[in-house]
Write a new protein. Structure first.
Length: 347
């Protein structure tokens, strides 16, 4: 198992703080730093800046939003950033949700699985430098009966293919990830509850005639280091309440559905009810301590050592930590996580 760093959306310390964390992670031997985007800072600009100020650590998108860019644009971007970084880029993709897709990007959310499959196929075709011709249910290149022509990437990229990761949550999307992707970027990953998810990924790979040799299971895991793990859990409550209650509608919230499948259905419904009623403190309080502990690294280094071993035992191959709590302590948290990683003996 490798260890990585996952940055929050333009974190509490701002861009300078994010760069300092990335540099510290590189010094400590972390394998990758991931950046996200929603409707604030974009991931490509942040990752380009980090890549320009580091020399060894991988840089990954977790994730680029599929509705935000055409697949050809994403293929160009991946090839460019990979070349500029010397082959360090990892392309994480996700469909986002209906609120962001339709409200921010003006793209219908219909058939996310079909769009993802076609999108990845075109992205890979672009990176291969062959002329792209594609006729699908969502994308057609070139457009018929017009002046468009088949084009191919006009420069030779660092690698013919950048590894593609999918941020999958639902059962069908997990199977698709196994069928077409090089890695999986889960959130709210719990070693105790991951067996069914990984089984769906394996089943998808088998149906596609693939093996999972080299497949990267790379969860993004909150990290809070401190003496009392229960107190540490409180630092993650607002994050969990936002995702369970506010990242989606009452009828369609993928994270809430995931928590329900993990056995927290009643609590997840309560969090959502309170969050949608704008009772944010009540929503935070309703997040079960057991859920926070199952999906985070909390407490003193000795406790985190054991938890890291459990993540590795559950099949994680890149454990990417996201420091929470006081921004000034994030560098120390990365150091503590590196210590725990070495002591866990999972490298």
């Amino acid at each position: 198992m490798q260890i990585g760093l996952s940055l929050r959306y333009a974190g509490p310390a701002g861009f300078a703080g994010d760069l300092a964390l990335a540099r510290r992670a590189e010094e400590l031997g972390y394998s990758v730093v991931w950046a996200a985007e929603a409707y604030g800072t974009d991931a490509v600009t942040v990752l380009s800046w980090i890549a320009a100020h580091t020399g060894r650590i991988g840089v990954g998108s977790a994730v680029l939003q599929i509705p935000a860019r055409t697949p050809a644009m994403t293929g160009m971007t991946a090839a460019t950033l990979d070349t500029l970084s010397g082959g360090r880029f990892r392309l994480g993709l996700g469909v986002s949700g209906p609120q962001v897709s339709e409200g921010w990007h003006g793209v219908r959310f219909a058939d996310p699985l079909g769009r993802t499959r076609e999108y990845v196929e075109i992205v890979r075709a672009v990176q291969s430098r062959r002329r792209v011709r594609f006729a699908g249910g969502h994308f057609t290149l070139p457009l018929p009966d017009g002046p468009g022509t088949e084009l191919g990437l006009s420069f030779r990229p660092e690698r013919r293919q950048v590894p593609v990761y999918l941020a999958a949550i639902g059962p069908a999307n997990l199977a698709l990830t196994g069928a077409i992707a090089d890695g999986w970027l889960p959130v709210f990953f719990s070693p105790e509850h991951a067996g069914e998810q990984l089984a769906r990924i394996r089943a998808g790979a088998e149906r596609a005639g693939r093996t999972l040799s080299g497949f990267d299971v790379a969860p993004l895991v909150p990290l809070v280091v401190g003496e009392d793990w229960r107190t540490c859990a409180d630092e993650v409550r607002a994050h969990a309440a936002l995702y369970l209650g506010g990242m989606g509608s009452r009828e369609q919230n993928f994270y809430n559905g995931l928590a329900a499948r993990m056995g927290f259905e009643g609590a997840a419904a309560e969090v959502q009810e309170k969050y949608l009623a704008r009772d944010y403190e009540g929503a935070k309080a309703a997040v079960p301590l057991e859920l926070l502990d199952a999906t985070s690294l909390l407490g003193p280094v000795d406790r985190i050592v054991g938890r890291m071993a459990e993540f590795a035992g559950a099949g994680v191959t890149t454990l990417s930590v996201t420091p929470f709590g006081r921004a000034g302590g994030h560098g120390a948290a990365l150091t503590a996580a590196a210590e725990a990683y070495e002591r866990a003996g999972v490298a």
